[in-house]
Design a protein around this ligand. Structure first.
Ligand code: PEP
Ligand code: MG
Length: 755
């Protein structure tokens, strides 16, 4: 039975759509159990009916037509009880309903199992027998297992709109491919598939007689690629930061340096023609870089391959190699997209980016965010070669790619796109205005950042400073810990860009879901493990290097504030402060004019909430990390899709915890701000305004929306809403209350998919 189960599950998973999955289930289950009928009824929640959606054994004509109202018949009974119903003779049961269209009056034995997901009954899986017999426990368990499997497919179909079209026969089902949301926004456009310009692996070896001519051709091709890159660099220069522009220098170095060019020339001299020699050199380089298992170097592998292919194209076509034509709203699609391919598209034509490989932390995703282009990465099941010229919609909020969307889906996204444009025009008008309530209460807004490429964003001018600079990224993109000098240069750039505005830099917060490739930590429960301050206190050398870099970077600016992550014990604060003091004293002794910056702690672990007094007494300020605080308070892993529905930072328990921290901080006259996602959500900002927090810190994209909220609500109104929120028993009730207040204020358009 287990083997059969595995086979069915794998067939269901690879079915192209829900209809296909249902067909597999009814056919295979009937066969596996040796039943006479297997059918699936799905619930149409809009019409409050259970619809026969697939059958093997009943009249196939009845599929899609037989609709049983809620609470009617045995199907209604299974749904109502959310339990299996197992009867030797269905027709003797009081709830039996005779449905002539299906031809089921010939069958007596009945087993119906509910299809449940997240406590909601989505339909019923039924088997029938001609003979009167009760199904045994193994058969019931078998059906339960398959019903659970089917539930996932149904939920997916519900989300994509496929289920609605199944219920509403005649419409083409809508499908979308799921990836990871990597840069927000929606874009409608036309797919343009980028692929390696030529197949280097297919290049054969060929003996050369005129070595000098071959070398000359190769050198000309390299020169042409260098020129091409220079043109691109100039084109993108305006949009990219120093750090991203440095990529072009890296490519130039690769082409001018010894190894790539000289290794190829050596191979030409050994007798291979230029394309064959190039193929071997690129292979050798990619092998070395791939073996390094470091994300930064894996990104470089793409670059090396890309460079190799560009040279090959020039070798094959001389100067005639011409760039592709881009449609006016190009959505770049590829198995793997290199930064050069992205840069090649004129900015005004680039509408979206979709890639099979990569994640939201890939360099390409970072670039897309820097350019303000919606992106979805990691769309693993996308048939890339069929995407060229197709109508596509990229939903960077939800990580979806819609292919050849139906008019209804297109209209919905047009509406969203329009909504985004209108909203952003409205918000533009708020630029330069203070973040202040109509009754004169100022609530300064800060930005969260962690990338040098985000420092140049024009929106940053709107911020009162940086409320959270996550230092993990410079550590993650290297193959070793960055040195004191490297870190100092990085922090100095950040402090300089924002000076004299304050910049709060958080000490290294790796571990959990942010591992360092060169410092592997194997843990079963990483979020409760060696994370943040715990790791750095165990490695004072790492911590001291970072603190020294920070203190030195702040010389002359004096706008640095240091923030400590994952504090759960007062001793961690004491120990850290001793180390900071030590770094300060040593630097002074070494002759550096460093100053002691204000030190604060993140309140993101429930223990810290209950010791707020002891913590607040020790530091200058507090910053509440609502992302982790929510995950730890609600015991919901913030990255686990199964429990994503339970993660809610407006949960009354979270609001009460924040309230307790704010009160604790205020009673000791300590400054308290919020730097988790809650601060950047309109409803969150409203309730936090009511609490009287001193600052909110969010991604730059949320600044104007939140400013709009602050400028719309009087402090007293926000206080009343806070009191009412604290009386709510569920997050939904809080959401309804605050959402209603937004609507009343004419700010309904701020809430919705942006939440
Ligand atoms: C938080 O936990 O709320 C927070 C801001 O930190 P991070 O998201 O980096 O863990
Ligand atoms: Mg955190």
């Amino acid at each position: 039975m287990l083997d059969i189960l595995h086979r069915i599950v794998s067939e269901v998973n690879s079915a192209p759509d829900l209809g296909g999955a249902l067909a597999v289930i009814v056919r295979q289950v009937k066969q596996a159990i040796g039943a006479d009928v297997c059918s699936v009824y799905l619930t149409d929640f809009n019409k409050r009916e259970h619809v026969l959606q697939a059958t093997d054994g009943l009249n196939p004509e009845a599929v899609g037509k037989v609709r049983l109202p809620y609470h009617r018949g045995l199907i209604g009974l299974v749904c109502e009880r959310a339990e299996s119903v197992n009867l030797a003779n269905a027709q003797e049961h009081a709830c039996y309903l005779r449905v002539v269209e299906t031809g089921e009056e010939r069958f007596l034995g009945f087993l119906g199992v509910p299809i449940i997901q997240n406590r909601k009954t989505l339909g019923v899986l039924v088997v029938r027998e001609k003979e009167a017999r009760v199904f045994d426990d193994n058969e019931v368990a078998f059906l339960f297992t398959l019903a659970a499997q089917l539930a996932g497919a149904i939920v997916h179909a519900q989300a994509s709109g496929e289920l609605a079209t199944l219920f509403d026969k005649g419409m083409r089902p809508t499908r979308f491919f799921q990836g990871r949301p990597s840069a927000s926004g929606v874009a409608l456009g036309v797919g343009i598939v980028v692929y390696p310009p030529a197949d280097l692996n297919a290049v054969p070896d060929r003996a050369v007689t005129d070595v000098a001519a071959e070398e000359g051709a190769f050198r000309r091709a390299v020169a042409a690629v260098l020129e091409e890159l220079e043109r691109l660099r100039v084109r993108v220069a305006l949009n990219l930061s120093e750090e991203d522009r440095a990529l072009f220098d890296a490519w130039r170095l690769m082409l001018s340096g010894d190894s790539l060019v000289n290794s190829t020339i050596r191979r030409i001299h050994e007798g291979n023609w230029a394309p064959g020699a190039l193929r071997e050199t690129i292979r050798e380089h990619t092998r070395i870089f791939e073996a390094m298992e470091d994300p930064y170097f894996r990104e470089r592998v793409t670059d090396i391959r890309d460079l190799g292919l560009r040279i090959l194209r020039h070798l094959q076509h001389g100067q005639k190699a011409k760039p592709p034509e881009y449609p006016s709203r190009a959505i770049l699609v590829g198995e793997e997209i290199s930064a050069v391919q992205l840069a090649e598209v004129p900015r005004e034509r680039l509408a979206g980016v979709v890639s099979v490989s990569g994640s939201s932390s890939s360099h390409i995703a970072i670039l897309a965010r820097a350019l303000g282009v919606p992106a979805v990465m990691g769309v693993t099941d996308l048939p890339v070669n069929r995407m060229n010229g197709r109508d596509l919609i990229v939903d960077g909020y939800r990580g979806r790619l819609h292919v050849s969307p139906t008019p209804a889906v297109r209209a919905e996204y047009r509406r969203m796109e329009h909504h985004e444009q209108v909203l952003s025009r409205e918000l533009e008008a708020l630029k330069g205005l203070p973040s202040e309530t109509p009754d004169g209460f100022a609530l300064p807004l800060f930005v969260n950042t962690g990338l040098l490429s985000e420092l140049d964003l024009p929106l940053n001018r709107e911020a009162a400073g940086i409320g959270l600079y996550r230092t993990e990224i410079p550590f993650m993109v290297r193959n070793r810990f960055p040195s004191e000098t490297e870190q100092m240069a990085n922090y100095r750039q950040v402090l300089d860009t924002f000076a004299p505005r304050p910049v709060t830099i958080r000490t290294l917060d790796v571990g959990g879901d942010k591992p360092l490739p060169y410092f592997p930590v194997e843990e079963i429960n990483a979020f409760l493990g060696w994370r943040g301050i715990r790791l750095t206190l165990d490695h004072p050398e790492i911590f001291l290097t970072q603190i020294r870099a920070l203190l030195r970077a702040a010389i002359g600016f004096n706008n640095l504030r240091i923030l400590l992550p994952m504090i759960s014990q007062v001793s961690e604060v004491d120990d850290t402060q001793l180390l900071i003091q030590r770094a300060h004293d040593e630097l002074r002794e070494e002759g550096h004019a460093v100053q002691m910056p204000p030190v604060g702690v993140m309140i993101e672990v429930p223990a810290a909430v209950y010791q707020i007094d002891a913590l607040a007494r020790r530091v200058a300020f507090l910053s509440i990390g609502t992302n982790d605080l929510t995950q730890y308070l609600l015991a919901v892993d913030r990255n686990n899709a199964h429990v994503a529905g339970l993660f809610d930072d407006l949960h009354p328990a979270v609001l009460r915890a924040i309230m307790q921290v704010v009160q604790g901080a205020k009673s000791l006259n300590r400054e308290v701000g919020i730097c988790g996602e809650l601060a950047g959500s309109p409803l969150g900002a409203l309730v936090l305004l009511g609490m009287g927090v001193d600052s909110l810190s969010m991604s730059a994209g949320s600044l104007l929306k939140i400013k709009r909220v602050i400028r719309s609500f009087n402090r007293s109104r926000a206080r009343d809403l806070l009191q009412a929120s604290l009386r709510c028993e569920t997050a939904e009730a809080v959401r309804r209350l605050l959402g209603g207040a937004m609507e009343d204020m004419g700010l309904g358009n701020l809430v919705g998919y942006t939440q």
